[in-house]
Design a binder for this molecule. Structure first.
Ligand code: FES
Length: 107
């Protein structure tokens, strides 16, 4: 079970919901969140073109810096935070165990 990490989703209530996330299946965080039942539209299918998968990263597990396409798209969201990311551009890695995100995308 080495290639499974736990990602926490901060709910509206403030509660943290743990999600088991495989790191060896090539899934994006957006796909994992969708698969866990969160209502993320992901209209562009993970191409960094719609921002409906917008999340805020509430801790810093050492995510890679966003690429230009992601930053450009984040510039268009009304509820941008200092720690906003597109979850379709995050590939879960073992080092990200304990990642905490809040879902901000419109849905
Ligand atoms: S799914 Fe469209 S930007 Fe992430």
């Amino acid at each position: 079970m080495e290639n499974i990490i736990t990602v926490f989703v901060k709910e509206e209530s403030g509660e943290l919901t743990p999600i088991q996330v495989p790191t060896d299946m090539g899934l994006s965080l957006m796909e994992v969140l969708k698969g866990s039942g969160y209502p993320i539209e992901a209209r562009c299918g993970g191409m960094a073109l719609c921002a409906t998968c917008h999340v805020e990263v509430l801790n810093d597990p050492g995510l890679r810096e966003p690429q230009d396409a992601e930053l450009d798209m984040l510039d268009t969201v009304p509820n941008l935070t200092d720690h906003s990311r597109l979850s379709c551009q995050i590939r879960p890695e073992n080092a990200f165990d304990g990642l905490v995100v809040k879902i901000l995308g419109d849905h």
